[in-house]
Design a protein around this ligand. Structure first.
Ligand code: C2O
Ligand code: CU
Length: 491
């Protein structure tokens, strides 16, 4: 049985919502109201608006204490007191208002990672775009144009604010007729944090080594818990798992045992059925990126696990792999499928770009030592300096990203989605629409985007320390663009 959200989800106490009286004719035809699937594993935020085409959430940003380590309370910064923050969800094309109140002692913003929304709602601080000061409230207004697994986090001092606990998942559900048929849907955010012996977060941020390599934690969290997550599943059932990596710097490698796992999507939604990939080795998940998986028990197996593969030193000081178990799945016969069935979904389409004719922009990732410390650069400039670069909205461009350094950089582009063209000149099997891509040390990765969403958009390394040390820039996308769902009313 597919888990369903009770109809009460749609009944708020007051219609505090999108603000306007219900329109006689809705701006966008969303079809009949639907019941969204439950995403298990996270606390879902409550929709405060009863109108069917409108969702209203409230987030309070403040301090809290949560149990990251079993039996130990850790002071954190949190959305609504939760780490991860509450699950936000909507269906494609709905108007989403998120009222954010900042109860921290410092300014913050929320960036909606991967969502192609209007520029002024992107949560960056630049020019006219100001952060939410302590005590202030700001309402973000978003209309997600595509389904997918997204996430939200601050874009002010993110290396400290995200590490302290400010991150959450934002699921945009497919319309019912193209949603995969699964028995259970779950959300996971994998993170690592640097803890002191007393369970508090190490609060020395931004030291030289940390700036150089990014902050690596000594505790791995799955949905905010440093303990093995116990799940129950039925034989013959198919689950959909959405996974995000919210770490400051660590690329995660997840190894599945006793489970058959197929990757059905990445950042910007599902892949066509023809490109679904069975995961045989480890699933590589760079910081900021997302994976959408179809998971079931392997044949004759009634137990499964997910290990996070990390490198460490053994007793002979040799570097070896360690598998740290983060998820343990056992059978619950009560959940067994009545008949064996398979997940399936309508093929969403996206463009396979012929990059040979497109304008190419080269982006060189590099860095240098300066008297004031390590500086990371894109095309020789360190934020707030950046290369003057503008494109016409709707124009196909290839970004030729070259990493001159020995260390990897997860490259993230705001406000647009892109496809991967090739790696080091060779074809690569990385389908789908993305907003974050790993560029290994010394590597060259070409991506292609149509820059459909106008505005001044950031692109940067998602190793938060690298971003803070300069590896961040902006592209000016000029014109009206071609975002079909982008109807942001201003009040
Ligand atoms: Cu997830 Cu500019 O960030
Ligand atoms: Cu980097």
């Amino acid at each position: 049985m597919r888990a369903v959200v009770p109809a009460a989800l749609f009944v708020g106490l007051f219609a505090v919502g999108c603000g306007e009286p219900p329109p006689v004719t809705p701006a966008t035809d969303l079809g009949p109201p639907i019941v969204l699937p439950t995403v298990e594993g996270m606390v879902a935020a409550e929709d405060m608006d009863e109108a069917p085409d409108c969702v209203e959430y409230e987030l309070h940003v403040g301090t809290a204490e949560v149990e990251l380590e079993p039996g130990v309370m850790t002071p954190v910064w949190a959305y609504n007191g939760l780490v991860p923050g509450p699950l936000l969800q909507a269906r494609v094309g709905q108007h989403v208002h998120v009222k954010v109140t900042n109860d921290l002692d410092e300014a913050t913003t929320i960036h909606w990672h991967g969502l192609r929304i209007s520029n002024e709602m992107d949560g960056v601080v630049h020019g006219e775009l100001k952060p939410i000061e302590p005590g202030e409230t700001f309402t973000y207004k978003l209309t997600p144009p595509e389904a997918g697994t997204f996430w939200y986090h601050p874009h002010v001092r993110p290396n400290e604010q995200i590490e302290r606990g400010l991150y959450g998942m934002f699921v945009v559900h497919e319309a019912e007729d193209v949603r995969p048929s699964v028995d259970v849907e779950r959300g996971f955010i994998v993170d690592d944090v640097l803890l002191n012996n007393d369970g508090s977060l190490d609060d020395a941020f931004g030291g030289g080594m940390e700036t150089m390599h990014g902050r690596y934690g000594n505790a791995l969290l799955m949905n905010g818990q440093d303990s093995v997550m116990e799940l129950k599943a039925g034989l013959g059932t198919v689950e959909r798992w959405r996974i995000t990596n919210s770490a400051n710097a660590r690329t995660m490698y997840l190894r599945f045992t006793g489970l058959v796992v197929k990757r059905i999507g990445a950042d910007g939604g599902l892949w066509p059925q023809s490109e679904v990939q069975t995961i045989n080795g480890d699933l590589e998940l760079p910081v900021g990126a997302r994976a959408d998986l179809e998971v079931r028990f392997a044949p004759r197996s009634t137990e499964g696990k997910v290990e996070n593969i990390v490198l460490g030193y053994d007793e002979n000081d040799e570097i070896v792999e360690f598998g740290i178990e983060q998820i343990h799945v056992t059978r619950d016969p009560a959940k067994d499928a009545v008949r064996r069935k398979h997940g399936h979904f309508a093929d969403p389409t996206y463009e396979h770009v012929d990059a040979s004719t497109a304008t190419t922009k080269r982006l060189t990732l590099s860095g240098q030592n300066t008297p004031s410390g390590v500086q990371f650069t894109i095309n020789g400039s360190a934020w707030p300096e950046f290369d003057d670069w503008s494109v016409q909205a709707g124009e196909l461009q290839v970004l030729d990203i070259r990493n001159e350094l020995g260390m990897e950089h997860p490259f993230h582009l705001h406000g647009q989605l892109f496809t991967v063209v090739d790696r080091n000149g060779a074809a690569t099997n990385e389908p789908g629409l993305r907003d974050t891509i790993l560029v290994p040390g010394g590597a060259r990765v070409r991506i292609a985007t149509r820059f459909e969403n106008p505005g001044m958009w950031m692109y940067h390394c998602h190793i938060l320390e690298h971003e803070e040390a300069g590896m961040m820039a902006m592209v000016d996308v000029q014109g009206d663009g071609a975002m079909p769902m982008d109807e942001h009313e201003s009040e």
